[in-house]
Design a protein around this ligand. Structure first.
Ligand SMILES: [Zn+2]
Length: 237
C-alpha cells in the first residue's frame, strides 16, 4: 500500500505531542500511544510507582507525563485513587462533535482557498490510501489513523493556529472512542465516501461546498456514533 507523501505545513508536528526528548516527554508519548491504541483502557489506574517500574525510569518524569495526559483530557484525577485513563461518556463525545461540526466546516472553507498543487497531490494520495484500506478490509485502527491524518492535513492547510490547536484537543479526546466510528464496514464506507466529497470540493476550490460537506460529515459521524452506542438524546446540563 502506498504511503502518502504528506507535506504538512512546517508550523507544528502532526499532533500536539511534546517532542522534547526528555524522559518525561518519552514517557508521555509512550503512555499516550498505549491509551490511543487501547492497550490502556478507559478506567485503568495510572499508578506512578507501577508505571515507573514498568518503564524503568524514576517516578518524577512519570508523574510529569501523567500530568500532561490529564491536561490533554486523556487521563483524569480521581480523588483518593490517583490518575486513571479517562472514561469518555457517549454524551460527552456527542457534545464534542456538536462543537466540531461548524469548526470542521470553517477549516475546510479556509483550506479551499489556500490549497496548493502539492496539497492537491497529497489529498489524492490520501484518498487512494483510504480506498485501498476499504478494499483490503483494513483494521479500524488503520482507518482511525488515516482519518486523523486526513482531517489534520486539512486543518494545517487552513493555516489558523487557534483552529489547529482547538481541533487537536478535540482529536485527543475523540480518539478514545473513535474506533467505534469505524467498527462496521458500512460506517467505514460511508466515511470514506464523505471524505471524497470533501476532497472534491477542496480541489474545486469551492469554499461553500467544502464547508457544507465537511459539516455533513461530522454530523453523520456523530449520528453513527450515537446509533452505535444506542444513544438517543442529550439531557440538559
Ligand atoms: Zn473523517
Amino acid at each position: 500500500m502506498a504511503t502518502p507523501n504528506v507535506n504538512f505545513r512546517p508550523t507544528r508536528p502532526v499532533e500536539s505531542v511534546p517532542g522534547d526528548g526528555s524522559l518525561a516527554g518519552q514517557a508521555y508519548q509512550d503512555l499516550r500511544q498505549r491509551i490511543l491504541d487501547s492497550r490502556l483502557k478507559p478506567g485503568t489506574a495510572l499508578s506512578v510507582p507501577a508505571l515507573a517500574r514498568s518503564l524503568g525510569i524514576s517516578r518524577s518524569p512519570v508523574r510529569e507525563a501523567v500530568q500532561r495526559l490529564i491536561h490533554d483530557g486523556l487521563a483524569t484525577h480521581v480523588p483518593h485513587r490517583g490518575a486513571e485513563v479517562a472514561r469518555l461518556e457517549i454524551a460527552d463525545l456527542i457534545d464534542i462533535y456538536v462543537v466540531k461540526e461548524p469548526l470542521t466546516g470553517l477549516s475546510a472553507r479556509l483550506a479551499a482557498t489556500k490549497l496548493t498543487q502539492d496539497d492537491v497531490g497529497t489529498l489524492r494520495l490520501m484518498m487512494n490510501e483510504q480506498d485501498a484500506a476499504l478494499a483490503g478490509n483494513a483494521h479500524e485502527s488503520h482507518f482511525m489513523a488515516l482519518d486523523l491524518t486526513f482531517h489534520t492535513f486539512i486543518n494545517r492547510v487552513a493555516c489558523n493556529a487557534t483552529l489547529l490547536d482547538t481541533m487537536a484537543q478535540f482529536d485527543s479526546k475523540t480518539n478514545l472512542a473513535f474506533p467505534s466510528a469505524w467498527s462496521s464496514d458500512e460506517y467505514a464506507r460511508l466515511s470514506v465516501r464523505e471524505h471524497h466529497a470533501i476532497t472534491d470540493a477542496l480541489i474545486a476550490g469551492d469554499a461553500d461546498e467544502a464547508d457544507r460537506v465537511s459539516r455533513a460529515h461530522v454530523r453523520n459521524v456523530r449520528n453513527r456514533l450515537a446509533r452505535w452506542h444506542g444513544y438517543s438524546g442529550a439531557s440538559c446540563c
